[in-house]
Design a protein around this ligand. Structure first.
Ligand code: C2E
Ligand code: CA
Ligand code: CA
Ligand code: CA
Length: 278
C-alpha cells in the first residue's frame, strides 16, 4: 500500500492538512503564473525634494491571478522565497524592468533610473553575470538600473555578499538599502558595503508628525546618509506635513501616495510624458 501511495501521488491526499495543500496549490499557481505571464510590473515615481522633478521609479510586482484577481506581493513573495521560485520570478522582474526602461528611453522620454527589489536568495555569486547579460540584451546602460536590497539580505553571509555587491557595482549600477532602520544589522556594514542610497522605511515616515521619536530617527538617518556621502530617500510619504518635514530636514528624494501611486505601464508612461512637458 505504501508503494502504491508513492506511485499514485496525489496533492490533496487525506493525510495532508489544509495548510500543506494550500501551500502546494500556491506553488502550482505561481509556477503557472510564471509560465503564462500573469505577473505585471507597476511603477511608482521617485521625486527630487528640491524641485519636485521626477528622478526615478521603483518597479513593484503584481500578480493578476485568473482565480484571485490582483494579488499583492506581500501575499506571494514569501511563498516564492520559501520555494526557490523567487529566483526565476526575480529574473523576470529584472528583464522586464530593464526592457521597459530602455523602451521609455527609445521613445524619447527623459531617462530615469528604475529600481528593482532583490530578495536574499537572488544575491548569489551568479547574479552579477546574470545582470550583465540582461543589460546587454536590453541595451540599457547600467547607470539606469538600481537594485534595492534590505539590510537582512546582506547579513546572511556578509563576506560573500560584500564580494557580490562589489561585482554588481563594477557593472555601473546603483544600489540602495531598502527599509533602512528596520533590520537587525550593525551600522558598520555601511562602511564596507558599496551602497549609493538609503531608503527610510515607511513606518518611520508614517509617524513623523505625531511621534517625536520617529521624527528624531528620520533626522538621524538623513544626517547619517549625508555624512557617509549617500543619497537618502523617504518612502511612504502620504501627506503635505510629512513632505514639509522631509524638505525642511534636507532629505534628498521622496516616494509615496502623496506624489504618485504605483501605476501600470500605460498610466506611468502618460504620467511621465506629462511631467516631461511641465
Ligand atoms: P517595498 O520595497 O518596501 O515597497 C514599498 C511598498 O510601499 C509598496 O508596496 C508600495 O506600493 C507601498 N507604498 C508606496 N507608497 C506608499 C504610501 O505612500 N503609503 C503606504 N502605506 N504604502 C506605500 P507593494 O507594491 O505592495 O510591495 C510590497 C513589498 O513587496 C515591497 O516592499 C517589496 O518588499 C516586495 N516586492 C515588490 N515587488 C517586488 C519584486 O519585484 N521582487 C521582490 N523580491 N520583492 C518585491
Ligand atoms: Ca523597495
Ligand atoms: Ca521599502
Ligand atoms: Ca518592505
Amino acid at each position: 500500500a505504501k508503494e502504491q501511495g508513492r506511485n499514485n501521488f496525489q496533492f490533496f491526499a487525506p493525510w495532508m492538512d489544509s495548510q500543506v495543500s494550500n501551500r502546494l496549490e500556491m506553488l502550482i499557481n505561481l509556477r503557472r503564473a510564471l509560465d503564462q505571464d500573469e505577473f505585471k510590473l507597476y511603477y511608482q515615481p521617485k521625486l527630487s525634494l528640491q524641485d519636485g522633478r521626477l528622478i526615478g521609479a521603483e518597479a513593484l510586482i503584481r500578480w493578476e491571478s485568473p482565480q484571485q484577481g490582483m494579488v499583492p506581493p506581500d501575499r506571494f513573495i514569501p511563498f516564492a522565497e520559501e520555494a526557490g521560485l523567487i529566483v526565476p520570478i526575480g529574473e523576470w522582474v529584472l528583464r522586464t524592468a530593464c526592457r521597459q526602461n530602455q523602451a521609455w528611453q527609445q521613445a524619447g522620454l527623459p531617462p530615469i533610473p528604475v529600481a528593482v527589489n532583490l530578495s536574499p536568495r537572488q544575491l548569489n555569486q551568479s547574479l552579477p553575470d546574470f545582470v550583465a547579460g540582461v543589460l546587454a540584451q536590453s541595451g540599457l546602460a547600467a547607470s539606469w538600473l538600481e537594485l534595492e536590497i534590505t539590510e537582512n539580505v546582506v547579513m546572511k553571509d556578509a563576506e560573500k555578499s560584500v564580494a557580490t555587491l562589489h561585482a554588481l557595482k563594477r557593472l555601473g549600477l546603483q544600489i540602495s538599502v531598502d527599509d533602512f532602520g528596520t533590520g537587525y544589522s550593525s551600522l558598520s556594514y555601511l562602511r564596507r558595503f558599496p551602497v549609493d542610497a538609503l531608503k527610510i522605511d515607511k513606518s518611520f515616515v508614517r509617524d513623523i508628525v505625531r511621534d517625536a521619536d520617529s521624527a528624531a530617527i528620520v533626522k538621524a538617518i538623513i544626517s547619517l546618509a549625508h555624512i557617509l556621502n549617500l543619497r537618502v530617500i523617504a518612502e511612504g510619504v502620504e501627506d503635505e506635513e510629512q513632505h514639509a518635514f522631509l524638505k525642511e530636514n534636507a532629505c534628498d528624494e521622496v516616494q509615496g501616495y502623496y506624489f504618485g501611486k504605483p501605476m501600470e505601464v500605460a498610466v506611468f508612461t502618460a504620467w511621465m510624458s506629462e511631467q516631461a512637458q511641465a
